[in-house]
Write a protein that binds this ligand. Sequence first.
Ligand SMILES: [Zn+2]
Length: 44
Amino acid sequence: MLGVILCKYCGSEIATVDTEKVTIFYSDCKREVCREPGKGRVDE
Ligand SMILES: [Zn+2]
């Protein structure tokens, strides 16, 4: 099965991993705004 790691701040898919069942993990991506929330918003 497949698990996916999403950024909990911007929702970007960071990586996929093999898991026993479909699972969503939340982490943070490499963007500064996500590593340090409150510093500013993504400018897109
Ligand atoms: Zn992010």
